[in-house]
Design a protein around this ligand. Sequence first.
Ligand code: FAD
Length: 311
Amino acid sequence: TKKIEKALAEERCFWSFEYFPPKTETGVINLYDRMERMYALGPEFIDVTWNAGGSSSDVTMQVCTTAQSVYGLETCMHLTCTNMPREKIDIALRDAKAAGIQNILALRGDPPRGQENWTKCETGFSYARDLVKYIREEYGDYFCIGVAGYPEGHTENPDKEEDMQHLKAKVDAGANYIVTQLFYDVDLFLDWEKQCRAIGIDIPILPGIMPIQSYGGFKRMTTLCKTFVPKEILDDLEPIKDDDKAVKEYGVKLAVKMCNTMKDAGIRGFHFYTLNLERSTRLILEGLGFVAPIELARPLPWNPSLAKNRE
Ligand code: FAD
């Protein structure tokens, strides 16, 4: 059994980290450094987003390959249908398999930058469901396949029930798990999860948690994704919005509270949108008691055998 599938089947809490491909070589090196340190936080898997076209998808492939083969992190590569003719999808899947990557998050993808509506490319796919189906046809059970879910409905589809049926279609096509869009209203997520179960979606659903890192970033992201933000959160942020440190601290506390509420409701897997940052995610995991707080630096004991025990 592949590692993600195994975790999904077990009765314990687990967590995963999402990264995006950096734009520069220095950015990539910094990301490797972070991934290496965040390995100690015990993510069940990590995943890397995919921006179709150009060098960005090469960077996704490169980062995924390194994470899997050098750092030994169970890696999931995002793959989208945007600007991806069949041949390019074939190459991406072939290269992923050759790099030992066994997990794909199958997505339709966002429209390319500057384009408002999504259009299918010739010989490509129209919906994530078609990509899931294709991967199953071509690779059988080799890949563990994740798909995206939208607790507030997908922005392009005003009919939430229909959108949920489309999610069910992705599951029926062979998806193994669902990762959700970010949200800040836990009740809304739990209601949606219940409805998913009611229509027969029976695979694990991992809530996507985006720790608030800055007021500006939070506003931009929630506007872009049309995320509902409870008034209480806006009220809490208003007096501290210009104090980055206070906003970050609040973001950690809020995420811990959200995860604890979900844990009490029986959710076991938590997916963190890290934005390639380490600190907030680490503090949240500490706050949840999932990892021990980092030890305060102390000098190594002079006795070499004691030093060995500490390793
Ligand atoms: P789909 O499930 O195909 O749905 C797209 C739309 O079509 C929805 O409105 C749905 O209701 C509708 N629909 C589905 N099936 C049918 C049908 N048969 N007939 C009519 N309508 C239908 N984007 C990136 O570009 N790169 C990434 O790496 C990336 N990672 C993401 C990770 C997560 C966890 C999430 C939640 C989103 C991510 N996205 C990413 C964004 C995603 O690509 C967009 O939200 C995109 O608009 C929808 O992708 P999807 O896979 O959910 O599409």
